[in-house]
Design a protein around this ligand. Structure first.
Ligand code: KG4
Ligand code: ZN
Length: 340
């Protein structure tokens, strides 16, 4: 570890994870993630409850990260925080905390775009983990609860959006379909788990016809809902009997949709280095599909760095720091994605 590298505290609070991390250079020293379980029974994140839970957690999470990293506040060089996109109330908790914390220490802030942070999860090292960084340029499929994007990444800071979803994000589709099946929030990991015992060919669902690198998942969601309603009318135990087959078939359809567009982007750009990022990158079927594609060199972050975490925020902050892109105390968080 190079002691001349900056020590950066990262803070993530854009949705339902309160997380703080400490890195030195690109080395992750601590990454503490507190997932809010308060939303589980509501079938989705309740924004007001999320902001309150962030407020309750943030001080503990930051202290824990500093303790685990064996770093004192006075030794920090900057505080990187998620400035958007995300839930406004939740972002405000993280950004206000980050700004006041940095101000009190007399150090700069670094504003981080959450979608950029997901990509930067590929560029961290940790003790005991052999890390292989993607070479530029590479394609990145960023799939989370709020976004679905195919990106061309040409350098740490030069990222072009080739295509994105026109409606629901892929994680949102997983979660809503899981809800129709009767699974609690967040349903994505449960669909993945149940799919392991199911037949992916059991049921067929239509794939949307979206031009270019665009995606759409709302049609799939509706067709699964109608299909379940129809089957339940014929067979009241349908969900109990066929849950795994249904999960496997839905998951296969989603993975096929994502893979079709990734292959198109790789063919058209001649870029065969392909990375996954975001919470849905934890999906086992997607990981297998991407890594088994012939001719591709693939990069998939460890599970903990796929779902929301502050290490990726700190890493994005580090690469911005290297380019002297520091934050301002008068900046405001933004809810919707516009550019990287
Ligand atoms: O990136 P993330 O942690 O938060 C956002 O920025 O949205 O992604 C969360 C999403 C949720 O929709 C969750 O259901 C989904 O990632 N997810 C999965 C899996 N693990 C998490 N979806 C499918 N399969 C998984 N194994
Ligand atoms: Zn995310």
């Amino acid at each position: 570890m190079n002691k001349t590298e900056p020590l950066i505290l990262g803070i993530e609070s854009s949705c339902d994870e309160t997380s703080a991390a400490v890195i030195r250079g690109n080395k992750i020293l601590a990454n503490v993630i507190s997932s809010q379980r308060i939303h589980d029974s509501f079938g989705g994140v309740v924004p007001e409850l999320a902001s309150r839970a962030h407020q309750q957690q943030i001080v503990h999470v930051v202290n824990q990260a500093l303790n685990e990293a064996k770093v004192q506040k006075k030794d920090l060089h900057a505080v990187a925080y998620t400035n958007g996109p995300g839930l406004m109330g939740s972002l405000l908790v993280g950004s206000s905390f980050a700004k006041s914390f940095a101000y009190s220490l007399g150090i700069p802030t670094i504003e981080v775009n959450h979608m950029h942070a997901h990509i930067m999860a590929h560029f961290g090292t940790r003790d005991g983990i052999d890390t292989r960084f993607p070479e530029f340029p590479f394609l990145c499929l960023t799939v989370s609860g709020g976004h679905t994007q195919i990106l061309l990444v040409e350098s740490y800071l030069k990222v072009t959006v080739l295509g994105e979803t026109q409606d629901d994000a892929v994680g949102e589709a997983f979660d809503k379909i899981a809800k129709y099946i009767g699974l609690p929030y967040p349903g994505g990991p449960l669909v993945d788990k149940l799919a392991k015992d199911g037949d992916p060919q059991a049921f067929r669902f239509p794939k949307p016809k979206v031009p270019g690198y665009g995606f759409s998942f709302s049609g799939l969601k509706t067709s699964v809902l109608y299909f379940i309603q129809k089957q339940l009318a014929l067979e009241p135990d349908f969900l109990e009997l066929k849950k795994s087959d249904l999960c496997a078939s839905v998951q296969k359809t989603i993975v096929d949709i994502l893979m079709d567009k990734l292959k198109l982007a790789s063919n058209n750009t001649n870029v065969n280095r392909v990375a996954l990022a975001g919470g849905v990158a934890a999906n086992s079927s997607l990981r297998t599909a991407v890594s088994s594609e012939r001719g591709w060199t693939t990069f998939i972050p460890p599970m903990e760095l796929c779902t929301d975490n502050a290490a990726m925020v700190a890493l994005a902050g580090y690469y911005k720091w290297q380019n002297s892109k520091l934050g301002r105390l008068d900046s405001s968080p933004f809810a919707r994605f516009n550019e990287m």
